[in-house]
Design a protein around this ligand. Structure first.
Ligand code: NAD
Ligand code: UDP
Length: 309
């Protein structure tokens, strides 16, 4: 198959491209290199089944090669990056998403959208099941991303209803692992880099906020299984193991043998208090569940960052 991966030079996208190439597929990786890098795909470029196409999905994309599947991952995912130019973030999730849906319609390709647990906002239900409509502030610093991704899901629904486009929607929960950018700014990479440098660990708030962390290899398999299965509604992909930020900080300090001290800072506006996926649907429809524990995944990620800092 010819498979288009947008955002393919980013953290998750580069792992996905590698996974698909290992399956023997031809991969076209589209990226504007805002948060992704050529470094992430430098090994893949040697494979003649891999094409790297610099392009911003906010602009139309016409390919002269037939495409069978599209994984639409192009969007900055870390709060500091998606808030850097919030207008572009909304555009990636609206103009960009309609461009990719239009391309999928033209090619009669199946298309998967990288949605997010952020569609649940600061959730009032816990754990979050797919039927929960969420608790999102549409007028705040996170809304460019949260509402952008919600609009993207609405576009997907309409293209399915009106044009019979074959859609898949993955609501991805916090994912971590090698190839996160040094300046990514999300909690796992921040804590590991701080610990490896013996610098203060920056917990935002009092350390009781929770997240559920999924190792990237598990997530990539989940995306693939969702693309291959027949489920056409939004589906949670994440690891239900839930940890407080204090627990995460302590684990990272212990694993790195760091001299870092934990410090507490102002919590960013609208930062969700807790988050945990219900993955019953993924288990049933995709025969998928994560296998890598936080301990194992942190060990691998720490090894990666040791070579970078
Ligand atoms: P990332 O920032 O590392 O990757 C995003 C990639 O998209 C980068 O390579 C970036 O350069 C590219 N990109 C951004 N805007 C673009 C545009 N307009 N046109 C072309 N390319 C563009 O982030 P990630 O963690 O790999 O996330 C990938 C996708 O998964 C994103 O859509 C994100 O919203 C979603 N997601 C990720 C997580 C997570 O925890 N990592 C959680 C939920 C959802
Ligand atoms: N966080 C933190 N210190 C950091 C970075 C993030 O305590 O250096 C917290 C953040 O406030 C949030 C959690 O870690 O409660 C996860 O943040 P991240 O940016 O990784 O992802 P998201 O908020 O999008 O889930």
């Amino acid at each position: 198959m010819n498979i288009l991966v947008t955002g393919g030079a980013g953290f998750i996208g580069s792992h996905l491209c590698e996974f698909l190439l290992n399956k023997g597929e031809k991969v076209i990786c589209v990226d504007n290199f805002f948060t992704g890098s050529k470094e992430n795909v430098k090994e893949l470029i040697k494979n003649d089944k891999f094409t790297l196409l610099p392009h911003d999905i906010i602009n139309s994309l016409y390919l002269n090669k037939h495409v069978d599947q599209v994984y639409n991952l192009a969007c900055p995912a870390s709060p500091i990056h998606y808030q850097h130019n919030g207008i572009r973030t909304i555009k990636a999730n609206t103009l960009g998403v309609t461009n990719m849906l239009g391309l999928a319609k033209l090619h009669q390709a199946r298309i998967l959208q990288a949605s997010t647990s952020e569609v649940y906002g600061d959730p009032l239900e816990h754990p979050q099941e797919e039927h929960y409509w969420g608790h999102v502030n549409c007028f705040g610093p996170r809304s460019c991303y949260d509402e952008g991704k919600r609009a993207a899901e609405a576009f997907f629904f309409q293209y399915q209803q009106q044009h019979d486009v074959d859609i898949r929607i993955a609501r991805i929960f916090n994912t971590y692992g090698p190839k996160m950018a040094i300046n990514d700014g999300r909690v796992v990479s921040n804590f590991i880099i701080q610990a490896l440098k013996d610098k203060d660990i920056t917990i935002y708030g009092d350390g009781t906020r929770t997240r559920s962390f999924c190792y990237v290899d598990d997530l990539v398999l989940g995306l693939y299984r969702l693309m291959e299965c027949s489920y056409r509604k939004p589906l949670n992909l994440g690891n239900p193991g839930e940890f407080t930020m204090k627990e995460l900080a302590e684990k990272v300090i212990e694993k790195t043998g760091s001299k870092s001290k934990i410090t507490y800072h102002k919590i960013p506006q609208d930062d969700p208090q807790k988050r945990q996926p219900d993955i019953l649907k993924a288990r049933l429809w995709c025969l998928w569940q994560p296998k890598v524990s936080l301990d194992e995944g942190l060990d691998k990620t720490i090894e990666y960052f040791k070579g970078k800092v």
